[in-house]
Design a protein around this ligand. Structure first.
Ligand code: B12
Ligand code: SF4
Ligand code: SF4
Length: 267
């Protein structure tokens, strides 16, 4: 029953132990929502890659081309958790995505769904790293896989391609990451502006994923609402509340677009 319900919302999912991860929880307000007697994490993947040709001329990163994944995934997870609560009335099910105390990359690896890239991202065999991660934390006791393969092929291409040298041996230096810089409020330094101009990308950064050989021949099977609502250029001048670049306010995306208009070219 549980597999049937989950397969209605995601093509790839798995289970991992909550206890094993409980020492590594991310400190955030959402932590209060974890059920008191949590036992397992149901981890689900949501592919969003639309095929290389689709992004020609785009001025935002691939994750921001699709409608804001927080809304889409939360709705999918809620529909699954409603059905799970009906099927297993004595258990609790609480949904999270991104704004989550669960270190999601780690949870997806523990659930046996793929490996961790040197670029810090989770990589699945079928969909590559072009997946969002969502989870349902539950009081249910489930079966967890024995995981042997946990890291990528370690080719180093992401390290050489990263324009800000943000990828180190021990993970990402988030403040150096261009994705973080495009989301920063206020004035940027001349150097940060130049990095955005060079990348040609007004929101997020895909460079370390574009060069990754483990993303070379992945399936193009995005979640339906992602494909339907894709917009390849940043939208301004009208309501942007359904886009990933909304959460920092319109000023930030407008600032980045104006930086790009000073002869931005896509890397
Ligand atoms: C903060 C954050 C950012 C920050 C900092 C990123 C960072 N890597 O630190 C910024 C703004 C820069 C960012 C950028 C991006 N992000 Co972000 N981000 C997050 C967020 C909210 C928290 C990450 C975090 O702090 N984790 C805690 C630290 C401690 O985790 P960690 O460094 O991975 O270390 C853990 C594991 O690595 C594990 N571990 C370490 N070594 C080993 C070894 C083995 C063998 C194992 C099993 C485990 C393991 O243990 C550590 C502790 O648990 C997550 C959502 C979430 N709740 O997890 C999304 C998330 C990681 N981001 C996501 C995305 C899509 C992006 C971007 C691609 C967006 C874009 N196109 O611009 C970029 C990519 C940048 C990059 N190369 O990482 C997705 C990634 C999906 C995927 N396929 O991996 C996530 C999961 C959100 C989601 N729900 O889908 N992000
Ligand atoms: S580019 Fe190479 S080192 Fe970097 S994540 Fe991909 S496989 Fe790993
Ligand atoms: S997202 Fe861009 S800046 Fe951040 S680590 Fe990857 S290549 Fe470097």
């Amino acid at each position: 029953m549980i597999n049937k319900i989950l397969s209605e919302v995601s093509p790839v999912f798995g289970f991992c132990s909550f206890e094993k991860l409980s020492e590594s929880l991310i400190d955030c307000r959402a932590k209060n929502r974890i059920p008191e007697n949590a036992k397992s994490i149901i981890v689900l993947l949501f592919p969003y890659f639309l095929g290389d040709d689709a992004y020609e001329g785009s001025d935002i990163s691939k994750y921001a081309v699709v409608p804001d994944y927080h809304d889409i995934i939360t709705n999918l997870l809620l529909s699954a958790s409603d059905k799970l609560s009906e099927a297993y009335p004595d258990e609790e099910f609480v949904v999270f995505t991104d704004n989550s105390p669960i270190p999601e990359v780690r949870a997806a690896i523990d659930a046996g769904l793929g490996v961790k890239g040197l670029n810090g991202l989770f990589i699945n065999k079928v969909f590559g790293s072009w997946v969002f991660i969502g989870e349902i934390v539950t009081t249910m006791v489930l079966d967890y896989p024995d995981v042997h393969e946990t890291v990528c092929i370690n080719c180093g291409k992401c390290v050489s391609a990263c324009p800000t040298h943000a990828i180190g041996k021990n993970g990402i230096d988030s403040e150096k990451c261009l994705s973080f810089i495009t989301q920063k409020k206020g004035n940027l330094t001349a150097e940060q502006e130049e990095l955005i101009r060079q990348s040609g990308c007004a929101w997020g950064c895909d460079i370390c994923q574009n060069v990754c050989p483990m993303n070379a021949s992945v399936s193009v099977l995005p979640i339906e609402s992602f494909a339907k609502g894709a917009e390849f250029k940043a939208r301004i001048g009208s309501d942007i509340s359904d886009r990933a670049y909304f959460w920092r306010g319109e000023k930030v995306i407008k600032r980045n677009l104006s930086i790009l208009n000073k002869e931005g070219k896509k890397l």
